[in-house]
Design a protein around this ligand. Structure first.
Ligand SMILES: [Zn+2]
Length: 1134
């Protein structure tokens, strides 16, 4: 375009005459418009334009004195109306649009790549996974690691059904760590003797800058720094077995038909099939593991190791058999561990206030009984069915109790009725009312609750009530009042506690002190036994409860029944209520090694740190661990019982013998082999006197033995593990059971660090449930839902990006909106990588420009890159992936594309294919590509591999071989030289970037005011009274290489430092603004139209356009490029 054409086409811009205030209001920026068009100028904009055109000549002469610099193209990034300069010229030409720009299209270096903008993940990700699998990439990477191990021990939780988003969170977190450790050489500290650290401050990339060293030699020395990290991940299945059996239990007949061996065979088959299915899902998430060799708790080797752990604990005296109340599930007919319980909302119990008649008092000068012959103890319970097992009433010795007289029953029903169901007992309607003992503090609330007047007659301390005796309301036994513990409070009830040692943990402990009988007249199905007399055969949670309440009322022992909502333990599998019930069970005595366990907790690193408090509190307060279960699947408790004496037989010889049988034949042998065969030779002649035990071990004992069965048995692994990583619920589950078995047998924790994550909620923070319709299924996230518009196929990497973005230390959220955001971040990241690939299409490693020869902007870019790599590495090490996500988003997507990439386009596209500044830029871009692709690889392995497979050049690893896959390239080695940029230089670039932002704001206003279209149409004028800053800016104007010149950084055609702001100068600048740099240095920024004519090739304005006879539309830079690159061809075209 000629200058005249350009003027004409742009002159219309000056017909629009916004007032100053309009611009100030509509502009989002705080730009000061000091001198924008005076009214006289606005009335004649065309004239103004011409006059400006003429004055530009003067400016040039002026600028010759005041350090003036020239030319550029392209635009500010913030504008949507971004002019793409030479790119557009080239594109338009290639699209066949006839225009003059096309003449130089062959001289423009347009980006080129085979790497697609769209991820097409549903096709591409499986292709990449196939490449990994077929080429055994994981195995190769692992095998090349020859140093120490990092053991991330994969745990059993979460595998109790179809995979859900919680599994994805857990397994992907593990995979990010696994891949990072595989990728990264973590063991330098452990093997300092190999090669001193200092030798390796340069990356192979940088080393290539110093081409004097033979490549092979370099590679060898660097190779030695890379030690191994190998994390096989295993997968555990026993929950699936249980689920299967649970399904079976719905059909009681089918279950009855199964012999234990048939049941076990079916369960194992089902389990193995499910494992296969789940594995394929995990593989689709991109989880790398030794899937061919998982650990299964039903493997004979595993089972034998578990029996070994049990045996070691038994021989140390930590295993005992006792009759104790345990959580019992009538619906699955077995004891349950705390970790097998759940506490659903809104459980309602039938609570009762019952009274027991006092019949005797300890010998004392004055007993209450003499004064109040009709005296009763009032108790409160939420489990009326435990009254038949009552053995005592417990009081708190420090509490004050009152004897009250019940008076004046109010007519209306008791207060606080509402939705709570209440029923008053007959005793209150009886004429002869008893005197009651209750905690003094509770008198007012009981009056309100019962709807009576309670007159306090006298008071006594709880300790004075000890050894009063009362008559059991059902079977007329005489029972004592006993002193209980601090668990007796005045929060609820009466302050007196009905004590049934067979049905409660605290009751049991109190009972032990007083030698109370452990009554538990309830069978495996949760029905009263004959011991319960008239209630025999009734279901304790149903009609049994009703019968007891009715009986008490009829016998004037019930004051009130009311419904009561509270937390109550349910069986996590059947979702039905459990009971506390005393049975003969095997226990691990936690008391025996509690101190050691607490001590071991202190030696473990807990992430987040507050997890230590949780597990400490749980371990400190836990009672002995009931490890026996009444099931026919699982690992048997290796014990024989004497037929007559019922004495158990279990010692080192018997356990060893069973262990060796199980290791060969599996635990089925316990069921199909005879007692004679199962006993060691020494006891065989007595086989007829014994029978096998029928209990199996708690599943938490199964999983809690994995450190021994897996870490302790496989050659490639070691104990303790470096890391366990599961959900927070495992503090009372796997983390704890593993800790207890390991401390009991080895005296230390099985892990050196433990990481916990929260649960996944929907994006409003609600729990996911089918009824709410807010469930996010990882399969649909990856493959897309039925409606691909609403639920597109995002692919595994978007899911993984989400995992990296959340702060997993608390509960995390996911939903359609969040996934859309993730997909957008992914898309931008992909775009960034594509930019890098496309601008390196003609790059070769040997073109690398030595660091000390790089322009300042390039050295600074490498400094920033290295900082980011270092920072991200630190966050991988501390497992703070959400910080990596934030850094990536900020640096890769925002910073790079807003500044370096934006500014770089000029020299990349039009600087000339072989020009120095294009080479330096590509040197920097190659460093960015190689670093970014490797640091994102643990989180986004498919994207990273896709980039790697499209690399336009080969990457040589430290050992001199070509890295065919991204994980063969290893983690970037830190580069101290790039980091050692002087502080002044760092500060300087901070100033420049800040100034650039301000310049962009004024440019935007000038664009809105139609002075300019693209930023290349502009010339920037800068004045600052800060001498230091001014001199720095002058230096940039004079920069010896084009890459550092100030107007290139602004992407304007010209930039000028104005030594002083006189009125004459300001009068000629239509748009201006002021700002503070670093909050202190005042800078004035002016924008005018660029001087000279627009170069056809690069769209920069220059006064040299028109001065070359053979290329009259080119600037001198383009003239040099064109003349050098294709003199004959271009000459022919023109
Ligand atoms: Zn040009």
């Amino acid at each position: 375009m000629s200058l005249l054409k350009s003027l004409t086409s742009n002159s219309s811009a000056f017909n629009f005459k916004p007032s100053q205030s309009t611009i100030a209001q509509t502009s989002p920026y705080r730009v000061l418009l000091r001198t924008a068009c005076s009214s006289s100028r606005r009335t004649n904009s065309i004239d103004l334009f011409y006059s400006r055109g003429i004055s530009s000549v003067k400016v040039v002469s002026f600028s010759n004195i005041s350090n003036y610099c020239t030319y550029s193209r392209d635009n500010v990034c913030s504008s949507k109306r971004r002019s793409r300069g030479p790119v557009m010229a080239g594109k338009k030409a290639s699209e066949g649009i006839k225009q003059e720009d096309g003449k130089y299209k062959h001289t423009v270096d347009l980006p080129k790549t085979t790497f697609g903008m769209r991820a097409n993940s549903s096709v591409r990700e499986p292709e990449i996974q196939k490449i990994w699998e077929e080429n055994q990439v994981f195995k190769k990477v692992v095998e090349k690691n020859s140093g120490g191990n990092f053991i991330l021990h994969d745990g059993p939780p979460y595998a109790n059904g179809d995979l859900h988003i919680g599994h994805a969170l857990n397994k992907i977190l593990k995979d990010i760590i696994n891949r990072y450790k595989c990728h990264k050489c973590v063991q330098q500290e452990m093997y300092p003797c190999l090669i001193p650290h200092a030798h390796f401050s340069h990356s192979p990339f940088l080393s290539l800058f110093h081409t004097s060293l033979p490549l092979a030699l370099l590679s060898l020395s660097l190779f030695l720094t890379s030690h191994t990290s190998f994390i096989p991940m295993y997968y555990q299945i026993y929950y699936i077995v249980i689920d299967y059996v649970q399904k079976l239990s719905l059909d009681q007949k089918a279950r009855n038909d199964l012999t234990p061996l048939k049941l076990r065979a079916k369960a194992a088959k089902f389990a193995k099939e499910t494992v296969k299915k789940q594995m394929s899902s995990f593989k689709r998430y991109g989880v790398w593991a030794d899937w061919n060799d998982p650990y299964l708790t039903l493997d004979p080797e595993y089972e034998a190791a578990q029996i070994e752990v049990f045996g070691q604990m038994a021989l140390k005296g930590y295993i005992y058999r006792g009759r104790k109340p345990v959580h019992w599930s009538p619906s699955s007919r077995t004891a349950l561990a705390e970790a097998e319980l759940e506490y659903p909302e809104k459980h309602v119990s039938r609570s009762i206030y019952a009274i027991f008649r006092v019949v005797a008092a300890p010998l004392a000068p004055s007993s209450l009984l003499q004064e109040f012959p009709n005296l009763c103890l009032a108790v409160w319970t939420t489990t009326p069915w435990t009254i038949p097992a009552n053995a005592a009433v417990a009081v708190n010795p420090k509490l004050e109790y009152a004897v009250v007289e019940v008076k004046s029953l109010q007519d209306q029903d008791p207060s606080s009725g509402g939705t709570i169901k209440k029923g008053l007992g007959l005793v209150l309607k009886d004429e002869k009312k008893p005197f009651l003992i209750v905690a003094s503090e509770l008198v007012p609330s009981l009056e309100a609750k019962w709807g009576v007047k309670l007159v306090v007659k006298t008071r006594q301390l709880g300790s004075d009530l000890e050894n009063y005796r009362y008559i059991h309301p059902i079977d007329n036994r005489e029972c004592p009042v006993v002193i209980g513990g601090d668990y007796i409070t005045t929060e609820t009830g009466t302050g007196l506690v009905h004590t049934a040692p067979g049905h409660g943990q605290e009751d049991y402990v109190t009972g032990q002190k007083y030698g109370l009988p452990i009554l538990s007249p309830v069978d495996d199905d949760g029905k009263f036994t004959e011991e319960a007399g008239q209630f025999s055969g009734l279901d304790v949670l149903g009609e049994g409860n009703t019968a007891v309440v009715k009986y008490l009322d009829e016998h004037l022992s019930l004051i009130l029944e009311e419904s009561y909502e509270h937390k109550y333990p349910y069986d996590w599998r059947t979702k039905k209520p459990t009971i506390f019930r005393a049975t003969e069970q095997w226990f691990a005595s936690v008391e025996g090694f509690r101190h050691a366990a607490m001590d071991a907790i202190g030696h473990v690193k807990w992430v987040p740190p507050q997890a230590e408090n949780r597990i400490s509190a749980m371990t400190a307060s836990r009672s002995d661990w009931c490890i026996s279960r009444q099931r026919t699947w699982g690992v048997p408790i290796p014990v024989f019982y004497h037929l007559q004496s019922r004495e158990p037989l279990m010692n080192e010889e018997t356990i060893d013998h069973i262990k060796s049988i199980v290791s060969q034949k599996g635990s089925d042998a316990w069921w199909y082999m005879t007692v004679e065969d199962l006993l060691p030779a020494k006891y065989r002649d007595k086989a007829a006197e014994y029978e096998k035990g029928t209990d199996t071990m708690d599943v938490w004992f199964d999983s809690g033995s994995s450190w021994a069965a897996v870490l302790g048995k496989r050659d490639s692994l070691s104990y303790p593990a470096d890391l366990y990583l599961e959900g927070t619920d495992q503090h009372r589950g796997w983390f704890q059971s593993s800790l207890l078995t390991s401390v009991a047998t080895k005296g230390k924790a099985p892990y050196s660090s433990v990481l916990t994550h929260g649960f996944v909620l929907d994006e409003k923070g609600f729990k996911m449930s089918k009824s709410l319709g807010n469930v996010v299924d990882p399969r649909f996230v990856i493959e897309g839902g039925k409606n691909q518009k609403e639920a597109p196929a995002y692919g595994a990497d978007v899911l993984r990006l989400w995992v990296s973005s959340v702060d997993y230390t608390g509960d995390v959220m996911i939903g359609p909106q969040i996934l859309r955001q993730m997909s957008e971040v992914y898309r931008k990241l992909r775009g960034t990588l594509r930019y890098l690939l496309a601008n390196l299409h003609d790059w070769k490693t040997e073109y690398t420009v030595p660091y000390h020869e790089l322009p300042r902007i390039d050295q600074h870019a490498l400094f920033q890159l290295e900082n980011v790599v270092k920072n991200i590495q630190g966050n991988y090490e501390s497992y703070q992936f959400f910080k990596i996500f934030q850094i990536l988003q900020r640096f890769v997507i925002v910073d790079l594309s807003n500044f370096y990439f934006d500014v770089a386009k000029d020299r990349l596209y039009v600087g000339g294919s072989t020009s120095y500044t294009r080479k330096t830029c590509q040197t920097v871009l190659a460093a960015h590509l190689l670093s970014i692709v490797r640091i994102i690889a643990p989180i986004l392995p498919h994207l990273a591999e896709d980039v790697w497979q499209n690399l336009p050049f080969q990457y040589i690893t430290q050992d001199g071989s070509v890295a065919e896959y991204v994980f063969e390239s290893r983690w970037p080695i830190s580069n101290e030289r790039w980091l050692s940029l002087p502080v002044e230089e760092i500060n300087f670039w901070e100033n420049i970037l800040e100034l650039r932002t301000e310049v962009n704001r004024v440019l935007e206003v000038a664009r809105t005011g139609k002075l300019i279209g693209a930023s290349l149409d502009a010339k920037v004028h800068i004045h600052t009274s800060d001498a230091g800053l001014a001199s720095q800016l002058w230096k940039l104007c004079e920069a010896k290489n084009e890459a550092d010149t100030l107007h290139r950084l602004f992407i304007t055609s010209q930039a000028e430092i104005v030594p002083s702001l006189n009125d004459e100068h300001i009068a000629n600048i239509p748009y201006s603004g002021e700002c503070l740099i670093q909050g202190k240095n005042k800078v004035w920024i002016g924008i005018s139209r660029a001087v000279g004519s627009k170069c056809e090739r690069c769209w920069n304005y220059s006064q040299q356009v028109g001065s070359f006879m053979d290329h009259p539309t080119l600037c001198s830079r383009c003239y040099d490029v064109v003349a050098l690159q294709m003199p004959s061809e271009v000459a022919a075209v023109s």
